[in-house]
Design a binder for this molecule. Structure first.
Ligand SMILES: Nc1ncnc2c1ncn2[C@@H]1O[C@H](COP(=O)(O)OP(=O)(O)OP(=O)(O)O)[C@@H](O)[C@H]1O
Length: 767
């Protein structure tokens, strides 16, 4: 059973032990952390259940009796009633029965599509996905730290030398569930969520082969990479970078919704600026949001954290996509349905704060529960949780003052006092407007919002009140909302509108100040006046900068304690995750082995036909490796002078492009000593991409050479780029960093592509 504990925090009651092992499936509450073997056992159990049900199915309707039982030989059969052995095809009763069963199985959350997805699509897709670990990633700037992890921008090292911008989340909590949801949604056509690359455990470490950024055999092991509390035991989730803008960051700007136009439509709209044009963009945004939400629901996933900050406006696909599926619940098999403890965002969560009744009975065995899940979905309508959040998002797009966190909190509080009766709220606000009690800037925004909602015969208001209904069953589903007249009507019908929906800074700041102080008071904080004011100013400032995370906000307003840290042990034993990790590791080892072969071949060809060992055993750290790189480069220069006069550059060095460059220049006057010096500088393997002075003397490591992977040739091949430690001058060791240090250091990073590095070396030979 669930109980709410404080604002937005849900806990399992003491009676429901977290150690229960019979984790239920389907729509019933399941101990998310006790899903051991759930998938491994699902198939046999389902087969068992089907074999029990099969004898009772009216199969005689489907095939003539003589096709399902022995009726003797052909001569004997000819004496029987023809209807017993003649194949008469399907009769209408059979067709109706089959259609009903089939229809039932595809009802949300979709038992049949779920089984197809799980048993067929998922394994196929996983084989296609990239097998990578942290050695393939260069961490960049930290974007933020949420309650459950830290998000970084970064780059994925491609085998052919390129780098792809990515986003990395190091999830401390609920990482496995987020991986599950992202993988599920990546198998749904239409790209409704940020494109997921893969995920792996922090502990997974299959080093790159020597010569491709890996550590030389015998070289000292690099210090254990550690970002301190930031990443201990984390799961790394990787997505392709979709752009800089979330709906929230765009809404916080004055030009909203005009700033959305180029991102959604590829250009600015040509219509004159004004409410009609604004509404066109807002409706399109709402349409795209609802489409993405509908796609999740059609696949049995309830997002549970829909809000503008979790809508990324993709510059890759020019559309709005959902991110942050860490709180989502997969109701086909109950994944992440009832975490022991969870934080919801109270600004966007519906009044009930949970997706289904806590009275939901204990489930029958898994296959039966899965089979019955459409019934429960129909009764409980868990998807309507997200619909309320869509309603709040719509409110923020329409009413500019609600784009401010503090105003939104104040609005929610008032709505709660009015028993979630949006019409009463409107009456109240309109009365204040009429009496002139509302400040001018705020009054403008409110009046513009009501006008926009009243256009189209009040279609906007109708949709909004439905979405924000108290009872889940009164809220429309995502597909019903998409068919609502407000979203299907032509924009011309709203032509009579006069007021703009864009925000004014004055409105935001003045109302934010009022709302913040109200929230502080109501939260019962006993701060001194000055401290409260400072808090308030900081909150407003952060809000204006778009930097206020929900965890900070909650703490700021004293609405709840810092995010609780649930134990990870249980989640780490999820059989699915373990199986996935094992498979990933073996694919990764395979990939690295291939790469090692490639490097080996490339090096032999660079050395001029495989003299001796293709990869020089370095063993002496950066200097030796640098020497090796220099020798290889010198050999490359020699090689460049022969035959067709083209420099053969291995693919992993970006060979495709580099090879096109005439090698004549590279060939003249190459001095191995010079090359070695330059290569040593290039091979300053600090691994974190920081620019540090390196000793120009080959064979003499500079201060920073032991850092990172300790591989002198890492610069040549791209390096591991994964070091976030701080280099202590002189001893080459790293000391743990604070999160701020991490940010500062990674921001300095100036990644150099493999191609550039090759050209660097060529430059040496030109001299
Ligand atoms: N695929 C992506 N492309 C570009 N930016 C992204 C992507 N995924 C996430 N981001 C950025 O990273 C930020 C944090 O991502 P996300 O919301 O998933 O993390 P979080 O830890 O749950 O943060 P919070 O607790 O603040 O919600 C987003 O607000 C967005 O700016």
């Amino acid at each position: 059973m669930l109980q709410r504990n404080g604002v937005g925090r849900i806990e399992r009651s003491a009676g429901a032990s977290t150690s229960q092992t019979s984790s239920p499936a389907g729509l019933w509450p399941s101990g998310q952390r006790q899903r051991r073997h759930v998938h491994r056992r699902a198939l046999p159990e389902m087969l068992d259940a089907l074999s029990q049900v099969a004898p009772h199915l009216p199969l005689e309707q489907i095939a003539p009796p003589c096709q399902v039982m022995k009726c003797g030989d052909i001569v004997y059969r000819s004496t029987l009633d023809p209807s017993l052995y003649k194949n008469g095809g399907f009769d209408w009763r059979t067709a109706t029965l089959l259609a009903t069963v089939l229809g039932y199985l595809v009802l949300p959350p979709g038992v049949l599509p779920g089984a197809i997805d799980y048993y067929i699509k998922a394994p196929l897709k996983r084989k296609e996905s990239k097998a990578i670990d942290k050695n393939d990633i260069i961490l960049g700037k930290r974007l933020g730290t949420g309650g459950f992890g830290t998000v970084f921008k970064g780059e994925l090292k491609e085998e052919r030398g390129g780098r792809t911008p990515i986003i990395i989340k190091k999830a401390k909590e609920f990482g496995e569930a987020e991986v599950w949801m992202n993988e599920r949604m990546s198998r749904v056509s239409g790209s409704h969520c940020a494109e997921f690359v893969t995920a792996f455990d922090e502990a997974l470490n299959v080093p790159l082969p020597e010569g491709a950024g890996g550590r030389a055999a015998g070289a000292p092991a690099p210090p254990t990479w550690s970002g301190g509390v930031l990443d201990s035991g984390a799961i790394w989730l990787v997505w392709y970078y979709e752009g800089d803008n979330t709906l929230m960051s765009l809404m916080e700007k004055r030009e909203f919704p005009y700033n959305l136009e180029p991102l959604l439509f590829g250009r600015e709209l040509r219509a004159p600026r004004g409410p009609v044009r604004e509404l066109v963009t807002i409706k399109e945004t709402m349409r795209q949001l609802l489409t993405a939400v509908a796609a999740c629901h059609a696949n049995g996933i309830v997002h549970r954290d829909i809000k503008p900050a979790n809508c990324i406006v993709s510059t890759r696909d020019k559309k709005l996509k959902l991110i942050d599926l860490g709180a989502a619940a997969d109701l086909r098999i109950g994944i992440n349905y009832v975490p022991n403890e969870y934080l919801l965002d109270p600004r966007y969560a519906p009044p009930q704060q949970y997706i289904m009744s806590t009275q939901t009975p204990k489930p029958p065995p898994k296959p039966v529960a899965a089979f019955l899940s459409p019934v429960l979905w129909g009764m409980e309508r868990p998807d309507r949780f997200d619909m309320y959040s869509c309603g709040v998002t719509m409110m923020q797009m329409i009413f500019s003052h609600l784009r401010n966190d503090n105003n939104l909190i104040a609005f929610n509080k008032r709505l709660q006092e009015l028993r979630w009766d949006l019409s009463s709220w409107r009456k109240e606000e309109e009365a204040k407007l009429a009496s002139g009690a509302t400040k001018a800037a705020l009054a403008d925004g409110l009046a513009a919002g009501f006008e926009a909602l009243d256009a189209d015969d009040g279609a906007g208001w109708d949709l909004l009140t439905r979405l924000l209904s108290y009872k889940p069953s009164d809220r429309p589903s995502a597909s019903e909302a998409l068919a609502h007249p407000w979203l299907t009507s032509a924009p011309g019908r709203a032509a009579s509108m006069q007021r703009s929906l864009t925000s004014t800074v004055e409105a935001t700041v003045s109302t934010a100040a009022a709302a913040t102080s109200a929230a502080l008071t109501s939260a019962g904080r006993t701060l001194g006046k000055a401290a409260a004011l400072a808090d308030m100013e900081e909150a407003i400032l952060k809000t204006q900068q778009g930097a206020l995370t929900e965890a900070q906000l909650m703490e700021e307003l004293g609405l709840q304690e810092p995010a609780p840290v649930a134990p990870r042990e249980g989640s780490q034993t999820i059989a699915w995750w373990q199986d996935r990790q094992t498979e990933l590791r073996s694919r990764l080892v395979e990939r690295r082995e291939k790469l090692r072969q490639q490097v080996s071949n490339a090096m032999s060809s660079v050395r001029g036909g495989g003299r001796g060992s293709p990869v020089r055993p370095a063993g002496k750290g950066a200097a030796a490796a640098a020497d090796s790189a220099a020798a290889a480069a010198a050999a490359a220069a020699n090689k460049a002078t022969d035959g067709n006069g083209r420099l053969k550059v291995p693919l992993i060095l970006g060979g495709g492009a580099a090879a096109k460059k005439p090698a004549g220049a590279a060939a003249n006057g190459a001095k191995p000593g010079q090359a070695a010096g330059k290569a040593a500088a290039a091979a300053n393997g600090n691994g974190n991409g920081l620019k540090r002075a390196a000793s120009p003397v080959a064979g003499k490591p500079s201060n920073g050479n032991e850092n990172g992977n300790g591989d002198g040739n890492s610069k040549l091949f791209g390096g591991s780029g994964l070091s976030l430690g701080r280099l202590t001058p002189g001893n080459g060791k790293r000391s743990p960093l604070s999160s701020r240090d991490v940010e500062e250091e990674v921001e300095e990073e100036a990644p150099v592509s493999a191609k550039e590095k090759v050209f660097d070396l060529l430059g040496v030979f030109r001299k």
